[in-house]
Design a protein around this ligand. Structure first.
Ligand code: NAD
Length: 295
């Protein structure tokens, strides 16, 4: 039986680890949160007392942690000194490209195979096992990475070498952040012009304004029943998370000497919305900022 060590059992990692257990893999799980660990145990994982214990006999180690500093620390201090060299190491967190490359270099120098494999799709996709993975790894390791990620995935794409998965993720989310703001501005304008926003959704979804933010994740309640707009913007992808990803994109752009002015505008607008106290709401709730309807 494949032995998976799963570190980080939060909103995303909890569902992902459960899907590994459902696929009849032996999952040794660890999180600093006792509640998260108990939930994972209820989903068929074996709770470990520490990262060191979780990884010591693993075939693959999967991490799903908040941000770059957590990933750097957990790999350097706990995973690399304790996992068997044969273990395949996969970080699924969304972090900066530089940290991903630094951890990959450390892991490689210590004799491990490593992949950065951030995901697209939120908590619902993590629970359903339908995430999209963007992978940065050595070409020779990709088949093994695919096999390890399979129970959690809808699609697994190799973006390139180490760090390329994170680069794909932040570029994708910059498109998403910008497109959502564009859709929200247009819906708010439609309303002010006396055009029914639901009718606008129908028309633009079949015209050149069509995009994922409008057609699959409509911020106006009604047209897309599964969208968070129908649940008072609860669940989904939090504004604070979108802000984090837009900041990563701007940092990366500054380091690479790339201009990303619309990404900067989107970051500013999400920072404003977050500062008004809406960090926990789905990112599509920014519609109400443009409507002047903040409650
Ligand atoms: P979360 O805060 O719910 O979960 C992170 C977990 O890591 C927590 O349970 C925390 O206790 C644990 N943790 C922190 N430090 C640890 C350590 N040293 N050892 C063990 N456990 C530790 O966050 P999340 O929503 O699950 O997101 C995780 C990652 O996935 C983030 O990088 C996020 O950007 C990315 N992501 C999230 C979503 C989403 O919709 N929530 C979507 C795509 C990607």
């Amino acid at each position: 039986m494949t032995r998976i060590a799963f570190i980080g059992l939060g909103n995303m990692g909890g569902g992902m680890a459960a899907n590994q257990a459902k696929a009849q893999r032996q999952v040794m799980a660890f999180d600093l949160s006792k509640a998260a660990l108990e939930k994972a145990e209820g989903a068929g994982c074996s709770p470990a007392p520490s990262v060191a214990e979780a990884v010591k006999a693993a075939d693959a180690v999967i991490t799903m942690l908040p941000a770059g500093p957590h990933v750097r620390n957990v790999y350097a201090e706990q995973i690399l000194p304790n996992a068997p060299k044969s273990a395949l190491l996969i970080d699924c967190s969304t972090i900066d490209v530089e940290s991903a490359r630094a951890v990959a270099a450390q892991a490689k120098a210590a004799g491990f195979r490593f992949a950065d494999a951030p995901v697209s799709g939120g908590v619902a996709a993590a629970e359903a096992g339908t995430l999209a993975f963007m992978v940065g790894c050595d070409d020779a390791d990709f088949a093994a990475v695919e096999e390890a990620l399979k129970p959690m995935s809808r699609v697994i794409l190799r973006a390139g070498d180490h760090g390329a998965g994170q680069a794909a993720k932040i570029c994708n989310n910059m498109v998403l952040g910008i497109s959502m703001i564009g859709v929200c501005e247009a819906l708010a304008l439609a309303e002010k012009l006396g055009l029914d926003p639901v009718k606008f959704h129908e028309i633009s979804s079949q015209s050149s304004g069509q995009c994922w933010s409008l057609t699959s994740y409509c911020p106006w309640p009604g047209p897309v029943p599964a969208a968070p707009s129908n649940r008072d913007y609860e669940g989904g992808f939090a504004t604070a998370m979108m802000l984090k990803d837009l900041k990563l994109a701007q940092e990366a752009a500054a380091k690479a000497g790339a201009a990303a002015p619309l990404g900067a505008q989107a970051e500013g607008l999400y920072a404003l919305f977050d500062g008004l106290g809406y960090g926990g709401k789905d990112f599509s709730a920014i519609l109400n900022l443009f409507r002047g309807e903040l409650t």
